[in-house]
Design a protein around this ligand. Structure first.
Ligand SMILES: [Zn+2]
Ligand SMILES: [Zn+2]
Length: 198
């Protein structure tokens, strides 16, 4: 078992259930950090663009990426592309970009586990018997990086993070504070987006 890819217990608590995708994202994030030679992100300097969308299975891997990289939605360091793929681009302005995707052969082998038979019947991951969940999770830990991931350097990848600003003003209608990039103008007065009726 590749214990270096076993997420800490708090990761499963944060995620809410035991599924095999949390460890996959954790490992993907760890490998991408090693590839780019970056540390876990404390602040706002590392970005991830998961290529998944919504309404398809397996997007749990994004939580694993957040746990290991420190790149979180809350810090606005992450944005989905909605391509419906099990892949992600990792980008550090000083270190470059790399794309990790799950290989079809891995996804096919993975999909044969009993865990997915429960999922296809509409059973939520927290309700899948522990034995079935652990079986596939432990199998994932045994697989090689090469069997799981396709890795591509992305030298031409470009992304300009939004510049941070503390400037804010009160909406002239509701009186709530609004940060300046979201301020609109109505009848010559500053307003928030909901009050602007756009
Ligand atoms: Zn999950
Ligand atoms: Zn308002």
């Amino acid at each position: 078992m590749k214990t270096e890819y076993v997420p800490p217990e708090w990761a499963f608590e944060f995620h809410g259930h035991r599924c095999p995708f949390l460890p996959i994202g954790y490992r993907m994030g760890k490998l991408a950090m090693e590839y780019l030679k970056v540390e876990r992100e404390k602040d706002h300097g590392f970005f991830v663009f998961p290529e998944c969308g919504e309404g398809h299975p397996q997007i749990c891997f994004i939580d694993g990426i957040q746990v290991i990289t420190g790149v979180t939605y809350g810090k606005s360091l992450m944005e989905k592309t909605y391509y419906g793929k099990l892949a992600a681009i990792f980008f550090h302005p000083k270190k470059g970009a790399v794309r990790y995707s799950l290989k079809p052969e891995f996804i096919d082998a993975f999909g044969k586990f009993e865990f997915f038979a429960y999922r296809k019947k509409g059973i939520e991951p927290s309700q899948v018997p522990q034995k079935a969940a652990d079986e596939v999770i432990n199998w994932v830990y045994e697989q090689t990086d090469d069997f799981m991931f396709k890795v591509e350097a992305k030298p031409d990848f470009k992304f300009s993070p939004v510049k941070g600003s503390f400037n804010k003003a009160k909406c002239s209608i509701c009186g709530e504070y609004v940060f300046e990039r979201y301020l609109r103008t109505k009848d010559g007065k500053p307003v928030c987006i909901p009050c602007s009726e756009y």
